[in-house]
Ligand binder design. Structure first.
Ligand SMILES: Nc1ncnc2c1ncn2[C@@H]1O[C@H](COP(=O)(O)OP(=O)(O)O)[C@@H](O)[C@H]1O
Ligand SMILES: [Mg+2]
Length: 471
């Protein structure tokens, strides 16, 4: 059955860079457009203002030469009223005759200019339309006692149109420029990443080498990455070394009983005496049990070292219920071995975040050790108590011979076995306990108890901060 493939978009430096640039560049473009429009409008205003005052002056000079008898000549009227677009306005008045002509109620400037002075420019309004006006006052040639005030005005339409044209032109060129810059970024990233080629080539030439990859050809910006990879390689190297040692140790541990087995079998085959056969078979059974036990412990240690379970597979486990249950399962076996196995706990729930199967392994190893090493007639007590910080303490204590004090710090080492007993074993049980405890962020401590015996304590952190950690 073909499942539909979901395509996930890989992160891309180019896309990220372009997206990061696009928004600020867009905002800048907008600000720039506003600025350009403002500058263009100022420029257009200046040019139009100059034209307007020139018009006012020219008109006034022309009318001042006419002989006015309270009325304008037809030629002057024609000139004034010539306005093909309907955007120009005028008003002419004389001191003696009042308003002579106008094509709209133009408001006068706040203060009339002096006779013969430069035209005054001001903002005016006509029927809610914003206008720009220029007013000039000149003396009449034909009547020196009279003066003529000429005002011309225009709407702001042309000024805004010119500013818009300039803005459009500028926007087109700026958009092209930005498109060029963004494509340079696009290709630049590709070119820039070529500095990684030597590193890639060096890595491609490796087969299974785990030496550091950092070198003089690694770009500055990539160094945090290569350092992290080198740290990872370092951890892998020590893990591989650990594995190599482990395989060698395991082979050694299995070789001894297997060699013994082969020896007993050969001896029995060479001299098949019925009277010694039972003895030989007992030896063989003991060795087979030892091999089986060592391989089971090796498997358990491998399990304890495997990556921790996914977050979803972990659950809150009530040790207050789980531990007495697990102890009860071992009681019959303990009675057969002549051991008084007991449990002490408050009976209250005590939660840790963890995995029941591995905690069962942990407890089994501790009870197994206590029962075997303490010996017939001893007492083994499993205790569970809550700590003030919300964590839990689990301990397994016996009143057996304990271990020599100098062996205490080495008990969690793989294959370590104290020399004060003749019990069979692999030396892996407490290494398994240690790994399982680490996965639960718990701490294992060993102490000798008075007058004799060993107590192993596992301190679990409070469940809110308990997670199953990396292997
Ligand atoms: N309860 C105990 N009393 C005395 N010695 C112990 C006890 N538990 C562990 N030991 C010592 O620690 C060693 C390591 O234990 P372990 O890692 O479980 O391996 P194994 O039990 O296979 O020898 C044992 O060989 C034994 O010498
Ligand atoms: Mg053991």
């Amino acid at each position: 059955m073909n499942l539909p493939r979901t395509r996930t978009l890989r992160p891309s430096l180019r896309r990220r860079l372009l997206l990061a640039l696009l928004v600020p560049v867009g905002v800048l473009l907008l600000l720039d457009a506003l600025l350009t429009y403002g500058v263009a409008l100022t420029y257009a205003n200046r040019v139009h203002d100059r034209d307007l005052s020139d018009d006012a002056l020219t008109l006034a000079t022309m009318l001042g030469n006419d002989k006015l008898d309270g009325e304008l000549s037809p030629q002057a009227r024609f000139l004034l009223e010539y306005d093909p677009d309907g955007h120009s306005y005028f008003a002419v008045s004389s001191a003696r005759h009042g308003l002579l002509a106008s094509n709209g109620q133009l408001s006068p400037p706040a203060q009339l200019p002096a006779i013969g002075a430069r035209p005054i420019l001001y903002d005016a309004q006509l029927a809610k339309r914003a206008l720009r006006a220029a007013t000039v006052r000149i003396a009449m040639r034909s009547d020196p006692g009279d003066s003529l005030v000429v005002t011309v005005a225009e709407t702001l339409r042309d000024r805004h149109r010119q500013a818009r044209e300039i803005l459009l032109l500028a926007s087109v060129t700026q958009t092209l420029l930005i498109a060029c810059v963004l494509s340079l970024v696009w290709f630049g990233v590709g070119r820039g990443l070529r500095v990684l080629d030597p590193l890639t080539a060096r890595l491609a030439a490796r087969t299974n080498e785990l030496t550091p990859i950092d070198g003089p050809d690694v770009p500055l910006e990539i160094r945090p990455l290569t350092r992290t990879i080198d740290a990872l390689f370092g951890r892998l190297r020590s893990m591989l070394a650990l594995h190599d040692r482990f395989i060698a140790d395991a082979a050694h541990q299995l070789r001894t009983p297997l060699a013994g087995l082969s020896l007993h079998v050969e001896r029995a085959m060479a001299d098949p005496q019925p009277e010694t056969m039972a003895d030989t078979l007992a030896h063989i059974r003991r060795l087979v049990q030892r091999v089986a036990r060592t391989s089971a412990q090796l498997l358990a240690l491998t399990r304890a070292q495997a990556p921790p379970p996914e977050a979803g597979e972990r659950s809150l486990l009530d040790l207050g219920q789980f531990i007495p249950g697990a102890v009860a399962e071992r009681v019959h076996e303990a009675i057969r071995a002549g051991i008084d196995l007991g449990y002490e706990g408050s009976g209250r729930p005590l939660f840790v975040l963890g995995d029941a199967a591995s905690l069962q392994d942990l407890l089994d190893n501790l009870i197994d050790n206590a029962v075997r090493y303490a010996g017939r007639g001893s007492t083994v007590t499993v205790r569970l108590s809550a700590r003030a910080d919300g964590g839990a303490n689990l301990s397994v204590e016996d009143n057996g011979p304990g271990v020599p004090p100098d062996a205490l710090p080495r008990l969690s080492e793989r294959f370590f076995r104290a020399a004060n007993h003749n019990e069979e074993g692999s030396g892996l049980g407490l290494a398994i306990v240690q790994r399982i405890a680490e996965r639960h962020h718990a701490e294992v401590t060993y102490r000798l108890v008075e007058p004799h015996g060993l107590c192993v304590e596992v301190r679990f952190p409070a469940s809110s901060e308990t997670t199953v950690g990396p292997a």
